[in-house]
Write a protein that binds this ligand. Structure first.
Ligand code: HEM
Length: 359
């Protein structure tokens, strides 16, 4: 067999037909400001995503998706398996941190006008990612089959069921029947580990496709003529690797000392259990509490859907080339008011669900 190229012997990269990819990677450049703190959140999101996927894959080795065995399998992985607490902890703290960093990444993109032309679809794909992530978290919540996950799912199912026209159908589709039993757990499991993560990867590919195509937004001064560049591979790649190792160590350390929570096993007959909402959903919960009876659709559908629609439409509503926050007073004011409403609703939700139970 001929293993030479011309009169020199083939390298391993050539033998594996990877030389073309490596050459293209080495030719890839990014603006040097892609390495600054200002852009930290995008890289951190990527690192957290890889960590959450990896730890989830390890947990799947031990998880048993049936109501009779799910809780015990999680309990075993958490408390008996060597480093099981670290793996589950990194998954748990990882997705919590992911939600925070995703919010910061969005706020940064908003303040610096990174959604403006020609980057409209970088923003839109990001918003679709942001809308998908809660579905991944919610489907994962049921899997340990503990009281909190089970009863939180009941609350969510009843909110979904109250959506006019499609509510009943969506509940049947999700649960496979009127009750949260083995079919529901199987469906949540498959959605959580297969369909939704694949959709997330697909959306992320689109996000990066647009970032690559339209480039990262330049400095606010508008002076892009002297913008230095660095190679993506190895300079940028190595930064991401260092970030990955640091975050793994940090989250691993936290998980070792403060293991992820696991409540009592689910008891579907114990309807006295009142689940406390997660921190990131407090404002939505409060909306549902404020609008009761025939008005409930306002809190559960109209306001959240309106907000999502507004975020998606933002680059097309505010499409002027001006990116400097100080010269975009109107849009900044509206956003600040919405942010204040969000914080106030979350505080109200916190006081109602967490303080009330202590008094
Ligand atoms: C899995 C989630 C996500 C990952 C891994 C991710 C990753 C990244 C990365 C690595 C960049 C380039 C570096 C940077 O500017 O930070 C970026 C840019 C950007 N992302 Fe995301 N992103 C995610 C979700 C989102 C979300 C939820 C939004 C909200 C709309 C968003 C909006 C943007 C925008 C507008 C840019 C362009 C920034 C600029 O050109 O200055 N991304 N993203």
């Amino acid at each position: 067999m001929n293993n030479t190229t011309g009169n020199r012997s083939e390298t391993w990269l050539e033998r594996l037909a990877l030389d073309g990819i490596v050459t293209r990677l080495k030719e890839l450049t990014v603006p040097a400001d892609a390495l600054t703190w200002n852009r930290f959140f995008g890289a951190l999101l990527l690192v957290l995503l890889v960590l959450v996927f990896l730890t989830g894959a390890f947990m799947a080795f031990y998880y048993s998706p049936a109501p009779g065995s799910a809780y015990d399998s999680v309990d075993y992985a958490l408390f008996t398996l060597p480093f099981g607490d670290v793996i589950k902890g990194i998954h748990h703290y990882g997705w919590n941190l992911f939600l925070i960093v995703m919010g910061l990444h969005l706020v940064r993109g908003f303040i610096f006008g990174a959604y403006k032309p020609p980057r409209q679809f970088v923003w839109v794909s990001g918003i679709f990612i942001m809308l998908l992530v809660p579905a991944i978290v919610i489907t994962g919540d049921l899997l340990p089959w503990d009281q909190k996950g089970y009863w939180s799912t009941q609350v969510r199912i009843s909110i979904i069921g109250s959506v006019p026209f499609v509510g009943d159908f969506m509940v049947r589709l999700l649960q496979g029947g009127p009750l949260t039993g083995i079919v529901a757990l199987t469906r949540f499991y498959v959605l959580h580990i297969l369909f939704l993560p694949c959709l997330l990867i697909f959306l992320l590919v689109i996000h990066f496709h647009f970032i690559g195509h339209r480039g990262l937004s330049g400095p606010l001064s508008g002076n892009t003529t002297s913008r230095p560049i660095v190679s993506f591979f190895p300079v940028m790649f190595n930064r991401w690797l260092i970030l990955f190792l640091s975050v793994t160590l940090l989250l691993g350390f936290i998980s070792w000392y403060w293991p992820a929570p696991l409540g009592d096993p689910a008891d579907p007959t114990d309807s006295t259990y009142v689940p406390k909402p997660e921190w990131w959903v407090l404002f939505l919960n409060q909306l549902v509490t404020i609008f009761k009876g025939p008005l409930s659709v306002i809190g559960s559908v109209i306001i959240p859907a309106g907000l999502a629609g507004l975020l998606i439409a933002l680059p097309f509503i505010d499409s002027s080339p001006e990116r400097h926050p100080a010269r975009r007073k109107k849009v900044m004011l509206v956003a600040a008011m919405m942010a204040i409403a969000l914080v106030v609703l979350s505080i109200m939700g916190y006081l109602e669900h967490f303080r009330a139970s202590h008094s």
